[in-house]
Design a protein around this ligand. Structure first.
Ligand SMILES: CC(C)(COP(=O)(O)OP(=O)(O)OC[C@H]1O[C@@H](n2cnc3c(N)ncnc32)[C@H](O)[C@@H]1OP(=O)(O)O)[C@@H](O)C(=O)NCCC(=O)NCCS
Length: 225
């Protein structure tokens, strides 16, 4: 079988270093370097690999020979990561996903592109994970639940069965939701929030039972559309 293409990581911060470490030691992908806007380059190399300005990405790493992985956090309610994904796709790259060998992924789970799924996530039967989704360590994604595109989920979240997490939402550590709850798009779910009912778009929800705060999630996350 042909080995997968080597990848260039888009990003040069902590998440990029984490991605490099995981791809290096728990995947068949070879990481050849990093790339980020020239303004953010602090050193010419990172983890002994070159850091290339984004303007030189395609000349250094032609998309027919390399894939990309965008390793950026939840900045601007996940829009920063999405913008870089779109930029890579427009340049002709295919986007890799990383799924930890220590995650439990049932046979019929669907996982999109540019996903970052770390150790001890449990993805039960018939769950669907969209594109550009980060599941940090130890989440439970219950049967038939759907995680839409561009979601960032921190650790130890319990998503019960038949739930839906709306696009671009952030879910903080130790949050939990009852079966059939739908988190709307652009939500910011605080750590430890207990969601007994579905939510409205662009809200911050926190507490037990979770309540909506007055401030909009997009404003809180300084979104610039
Ligand atoms: C919900 C959250 C966004 C609020 O942030 P914030 O507005 O900066 O919070 P503040 O510290 O100013 O607190 C505002 C009020 O909300 C309360 N509060 C803050 N976080 C809370 C939470 N998770 N649950 C319940 N109440 C919370 C505070 O006690 C405070 O109450 P008060 O006004 O009565 O004193 C934040 O606490 C949070 O949960 N972030 C997610 C953290 C996380 O999971 N990170 C993952 C690592 S990637």
């Amino acid at each position: 079988m042909t080995p997968p293409k080597p990848i260039v990581i888009i990003g040069a911060g902590e998440i990029a270093e984490m991605a490099c470490e995981y791809f290096d030691h728990d995947s068949e992908r070879k990481v050849v370097g990093f790339s980020i806007d020239a303004d953010y380059i602090k050193a010419p190399t990172l983890m002994d690999r070159p850091v290339t300005p984004l303007t030189d990405l395609t000349s250094h790493y032609p998309p027919d020979a390399f894939d990309a992985f965008v390793a950026i956090g939840d900045g601007q309610l996940n829009r920063l990561r999405r913008r870089h994904v779109d930029l890579c796709k427009a340049a002709g790259y295919q986007l890799a996903s990383y799924v930890s060998s220590r995650a439990f992924v049932w046979r019929n789970v669907v996982i999109g592109e540019n996903c970052f799924i770390l150790e001890h996530n449990v993805l039960q039967p018939f769950t669907t994970i969209g594109d550009n989704v980060t599941l940090w360590s130890g989440n439970h994604i219950g049967h038939r639940s759907v995680i839409e595109d561009d979601v960032f989920m921190a650790s130890h979240v319990v998503v019960s069965g038949f739930c839906r997490i709306g696009a671009r939402s952030f879910v903080g550590v130790n949050a939990a939701m009852a079966a059939h709850v739908e988190i709307a798009c652009d939500n910011y779910i605080g750590m430890g929030a207990i969601l007994t009912a579905s939510t409205e778009p662009d809200g911050i929800y926190q507490g037990n039972p979770a309540e909506r705060r007055k401030i909009s999630a997009k404003r809180f996350c300084r979104v610039r559309d």
